[in-house]
Design a binder for this molecule. Structure first.
Ligand code: CUA
Length: 354
């Protein structure tokens, strides 16, 4: 009796473990929306660009092959467990003893070899397809640099520097216009992952990794850092904004403009330049040329603050400038100990950076 109970526990435990593993697999494909949920949950199961589509097709094939093997093996196992379970009186007789079979042994050696060979072939073909793609002359080139905990984005050929929101053109009927990314890190290892567009690629210090994306559908695609990189790893979100070609040209033109020289917030400007803000941030065309934090030249053109930790509204900007640790614990931007008045003035100045 005790033996049977013990067996039940084992079965129950195995079932629970299986359910847990299944939940993990399903959840692993999803990045929950954090803010400004415009296009729902991002999922690896419904990619909207190359190379994510190619990767998904391969994954489905591999899953189908491995799933069939699982069904066959588990089926035989269940059959053996039920058909040959312990029965009263079994102690008295010995089961038939089998000493090998050349046919069966050959079959279960050659068949798996063939299956593994097929898997190697299709996988290496997909990897080669993706890695050997050469940038066409129309390609957009961008460099993405991972920082704790934000993304620096540079377009060396266009002379644009921005942060956390990568803008790219969509490929459409008029031609293919992929974006080729150089991935670097300023500190620790990070990983660039926008599930609907591509697989993950790491950003590693002292090394440059390459990847490309070719979306065809305009919209905002969310992703995040997929390599644990410290306290705020979870709030190292990235947005890829895919524009129709003419809209992309407009965005490029806007970003190439020098910083606004509006005089509507002279006090805030004074506070900004009198404090160490300038040591970390760049504002194009001014003496602020810091490289440690995000470039603020066109701060107000971004949808979010602090790498997606908050939407870019006056309220969160105020909260952020007053005490960045409140919004993003552990972040490397210090509390500048500004008075409430100074905070309002700085925010008014930042809001002129369109
Ligand atoms: Cu950067 Cu995790």
């Amino acid at each position: 009796m005790r033996l049977r109970l013990y067996r039940h526990h084992k079965v129950l435990r195995a079932l629970l473990l299986f359910a847990f593993a299944l939940t993990c697999v399903v959840c692993a494909g999803h990045v929950e929306p954090v803010l400004g949920n415009t296009d729902g949950v991002t999922s690896i199961f419904r990619p909207l660009a190359q190379p994510a589509q190619e990767i998904k097709e391969l994954s489905v094939l591999v899953l189908a092959i491995c799933g069939s093997i699982f069904v066959v093996v588990a089926g035989l196992l269940v059959y053996a467990i039920v058909r040959f379970r312990h029965r009263a009186g079994d102690e008295l007789s010995e089961p038939p003893q089998v000493y090998g079979s050349n046919q069966i042994e050959l079959a279960w050696t050659i068949l798996p070899l063939l299956i593994v060979f097929v898997l190697i072939l299709v996988t290496s073909r997909t990897i080669a397809d993706i890695q050997n793609r050469k940038p066409p002359p129309t390609a957009v080139q961008a460099t993405v640099i991972g920082h704790q905990w934000w993304w620096e984005i540079r377009y060396p050929e266009l002379g644009i520097v921005t942060a956390n929101e990568l803008h790219v053109p969509a490929s459409d009927g008029r031609g293919s216009r992929p974006t080729f990314l150089k991935l670097q890190s300023a500190d620790v290892a990070h990983s660039f992952w926008v599930p609907l567009l591509s697989g993950k690629t790491d950003l590693i210090p002292n090394r440059e990794n390459l990847m490309w994306i070719e979306p065809t559908k305009p919209g905002t695609y969310r992703g995040n850092c997929a390599e644990y990189c410290g306290t705020q790893h979870a709030r190292m979100l990235i947005r890829v904004v895919v524009h129709p070609p003419d809209e992309f040209a407009r965005w490029v033109n806007e970003q190439q403009q020098p910083a606004a020289t509006e005089t509507s917030a002279p006090e805030g400007r004074k506070v900004f330049f009198a404090n160490s803000c300038v040591n970390c941030h760049t504002i194009g065309g001014t003496s602020a040329q810091g490289k440690f934090g995000p470039d603020l030249t066109h701060l107000m053109s971004r949808e979010t603050l602090a790498s997606g930790a908050a939407l870019n509204t006056a309220d969160s900007l105020r909260l952020w400038v007053r005490d960045p640790q409140k919004l993003k614990v552990g972040c490397l931007m210090p509390n500048m100990q500004l008075t409430d008045e100074e905070v309002d003035q700085v925010v008014a100045y930042l809001q002129t950076l369109k």
